[in-house]
Design a protein around this ligand. Structure first.
Ligand SMILES: [Zn+2]
Length: 248
């Protein structure tokens, strides 16, 4: 089951993805259940960042209507491995600070993952890492690491309380993609604001780890620097908010 608040913000993210579809070069599809796991793992690993290997299911593509809806005027065909497919597997591969998280342990070999990854046991297609209490904007180290990626790189940024040793770090330039701007706004209107460290922040959801989540950000990019559109899909492989998207 996917938390209702998370479904809500994935729906609004999909609407943004649709509106901004022409700014992207390609698409990938992220199941909501898998995304929820990523958010929980990110919080369980605090204060570390985590590096997660992602694989696609080569037999799982959304239907043509969905592909066509998110098609971009700047579409680049055959840009990367796994383009247009559904992300189907996620494995935590490393944890550490913003630099060490990208450096896999020296004894890291594909064999380590063989039992859990079946006969294919190859390298992962996409990589995602987390930015706890920081925006999802790539650092220089992130851009360097992406040069080895056969698919794309994703960054999950989370703003949460209690923040522990990680106060919100916001001194970064770049384009942000925030999930649930509407939810945050709604909370604001309902005056459901709470006081934390002198700042009032809307709470969009609660994590099993006990953290209050204020903001979720997700971006995806190709090593050439092109932006990739992420579309959240449900158990039927339909985008969250599909009904409201097709009437547009
Ligand atoms: Zn990073």
């Amino acid at each position: 089951m996917v938390e209702q608040w998370l479904e809500k913000i994935m729906t609004s993210y999909n609407h943004d993805s649709f509106e901004a579809r022409d700014s992207y070069a390609a698409q990938v599809y992220m199941p909501g259940k898998l995304f929820q796991d990523l958010v929980w793992w990110a919080l369980q690993a605090l204060p570390d960042e985590i590096l997660v290997g992602l694989d696609i299911d080569a037999n799982r593509k959304p239907n043509k209507d969905i592909e066509n809806l998110f098609l971009s005027e700047q579409q680049v065909e055959g840009l990367f491995q796994g383009q247009g497919f559904v992300i189907s597997e996620a494995h935590i591969v490393n944890r550490g600070d913003s630099y060490s998280v990208h450096h896999l342990p020296e004894d890291w070999t594909d064999d380590i993952f063989a039992p859990s990854r079946g006969a294919r046991a190859g390298r992962f297609t996409h990589w995602l890492h987390t930015h706890p209490n920081a925006p999802a904007i790539p650092s220089g180290a992130d851009a360097d690491a992406s040069q080895e990626t056969s698919g794309i790189d994703l960054i999950l940024g989370l703003r949460f309380s209690p923040s522990g040793p990680l106060p919100w770090f916001d001194d970064v330039e770049g384009k942000r993609r925030i999930l649930g701007k509407e939810a945050a706004l709604e909370n604001k209107q309902q005056a459901k604001r709470r006081l934390f460290g002198g700042t009032q922040l809307p709470v969009i959801g609660m994590a099993p780890s006990g953290h209050m989540i204020h903001e979720v950000q997700l971006i995806a990019f190709h090593k050439t620097g092109l932006g990739i559109n992420v579309i959240f899909i449900d158990d039927q492989d339909l985008p969250y908010g599909w009904d409201s998207l097709i009437v547009q």
